[in-house]
Ligand binder design. Structure first.
Ligand code: UN1
Length: 493
């Protein structure tokens, strides 16, 4: 592995409570580089329950003023934050790569994506803010107002340290709500950077608090009496606990959870394209996307050619330091994640009908000390745990199907329902896939991952709960409607 171009002093980490940056007084928070776990990227201490209460109180105090701030003025703050994020895209993208493990190019791309999201919601101020319906009664109109709901509890995962927070926090703020945010402790530095951008853009005191805190305090945030709604992205197991806690309180919740996304490669597919897209879907961000491609169903007539090319190209992927421009795939987020992924591959290989086509073993060179796992492809003869359970790493399972229709059925055969891809030029097969496959996002001739900022995102079944994210869909979750029957007294007489 080549050496890192930077290994700066650890950055001091701080939470933001109300209007102040605060050093925690709880447990140590050590943010390590998963490529070289000895290297500390950032360092600080956690805050606890008292900080949560302070943050919620500050949000409550700031809520009326923020709701009353004209929408265009709120939008202007988000637009300034977008500019600050863009200005720092290179530096923060490299920090993202160092703390999370995705490549520098992906890190910079993600930071720019966060800026795009902020700009989208800044522009919400220029779009309609409600609806007007005709009334059956003379002299009356029916207006539907979309109003702020109160303080939003935001819980975000490690895998998109700035983009996912942006697409929750930007709409929450745009529609007039304060935010109390608990990010993944694997990526506190980028959480601090997004907060810096929003504070630097002039967000009033108390409107956004960032809590670098433990899971216990995150649970208390979900149930805190001062929180109006909760938006969560993370695993299905944790998401279900968040949904249950909110359900008991009749508190609206938006949960974006796991995936077991599949691609169908049909008999007429352009195989070079399909291989490239499946590799990107499976191995970009080291497979750590809820939208990652972790299964492929390929129609028998093209299976030999597809699998041979897939394995040849997977084996040729350059795995190494995310800051090295020659690297195509970096490490997993942590050594613990590496051990978990390698163990699930080793377990799978003990079962009949599971064959390793490439990867699957730890690296024996320097990379063995880091959180690296090689791109791993396995072929399954039939149903297997690997077809059902999310691994959240660079592990791809392939199955052959006797017909195109059988390949689509295999794609739909999942408890999850986030994303799918189909490779074909047949319009009737696209139509069949769209009707048949129960997913929130379907890609035709492109990888299962990816989400543009202006269109709805999210899935069903074990993948998602509550209103969709992104674009205008977000408004449903971050506002409450009041239907106003509006009649003048003169018309009523
Ligand atoms: C993408 O595919 O670019 O946690 C976005 C995740 C999703 C976002 C995926 N919420 O991976």
């Amino acid at each position: 592995m080549t050496s890192s171009p930077t290994s700066a002093e650890p950055v001091p980490l701080r939470s933001r409570i109300g209007g102040a940056w605060v050093d925690g007084d709880g447990a140590d928070l050590v943010d390590r580089n998963p490529a070289r776990p000895d290297e500390v990227v950032a360092h600080g201490r956690l805050v606890g329950r008292a900080a949560l209460d302070d943050a919620v109180a500050a949000a409550a105090a700031a809520a009326p003023g923020w709701a009353a701030t004209p929408f265009p003025a709120r939008g202007a703050i988000l637009a300034r934050a977008a500019a600050i994020v863009d200005e720092h895209a290179e530096a923060w993208g490299a920090e993202l790569a160092r703390e999370e493990g995705k490549t520098r190019a992906e890190g910079v791309g993600e930071v720019r994506r966060a800026a795009d999201v902020l700009r989208f919601y800044a522009a919400e101020a220029q779009r309609p803010v409600g609806e007007v319906y005709a009334s059956p009664r003379p002299g009356e109109q029916i207006h539907v107002l979309h109003k702020p709901v109160g303080t939003i509890g935001v819980i975000t995962p490690f895998n998109f340290p700035i983009a996912i927070p942006a697409w929750k926090i930007a709409p929450a703020l745009a529609y007039g709500n304060p935010v109390v945010w608990k990010p993944s402790l694997d990526v506190p530095l980028l959480a601090m950077r997004l907060t810096e951008a929003l504070v630097g853009a002039g967000l009033p005191e108390g409107v956004l608090s960032l809590l670098l805190t433990d899971d216990g305090t995150a649970g208390a945030l979900v149930e805190h009496p001062g929180i109006a709604r909760v938006t969560f992205t993370g695993s299905t197991a944790v998401g279900r606990r968040v949904i249950a806690a909110c359900g008991a309180l009749a508190r609206p919740v938006q949960a974006e959870m796991g995936g077991k996304n599949a691609a169908a490669v049909l008999a007429d597919a352009e195989l070079g394209l399909a291989v490239g897209e499946v590799l990107a879907g499976a191995f970009r961000s080291t497979g750590q996307k809820c939208t990652a491609t972790s299964r492929v169903a390929v129609t028998e007539t093209v299976a030999d050619a597809f699998v041979a090319e897939l394995v040849r190209r997977a084996d040729a992927i350059t795995v190494g330091d995310p800051l090295d421009d020659a690297t195509w795939m970096g490490p997993l987020v942590s050594v613990a994640a590496r051990d978990r992924v390698l163990a699930s591959v080793a377990e799978a290989l003990k079962r009949p009908g599971v064959r390793l086509l490439c990867g699957g073993h730890p690296f024996e060179d320097d990379r063995g000390k880091g959180a690296f796992v090689p791109p791993t492809v396995l072929e399954l003869d039939g149903d297997d745990e690997l077809w059902r359970s999310e691994v959240f790493g660079p592990v791809l399972a392939v199955r052959r199907a006797p017909t195109d229709r059988a390949a689509l059925d295999l794609v739909d055969d999942s408890a999850y329902g986030l994303s799918a891809a189909v490779f074909t030029n047949r319009l009737d097969a696209v139509e069949e896939a769209a009707q048949l496959i129960d997913v929130g996002v379907l890609h035709v001739n492109s990888e299962t991952a990816g989400a543009d900022p202006h269109v709805p995102f999210g899935g069903g079944k074990a993948s998602g709960f509550g209103p969709k994210e992104q674009g205008r869909a977000a408004r449903e979750f971050f506002t409450a409607t009041t239907t106003v029957y509006l009649r003048s007294a003169a018309a009523a007489r």
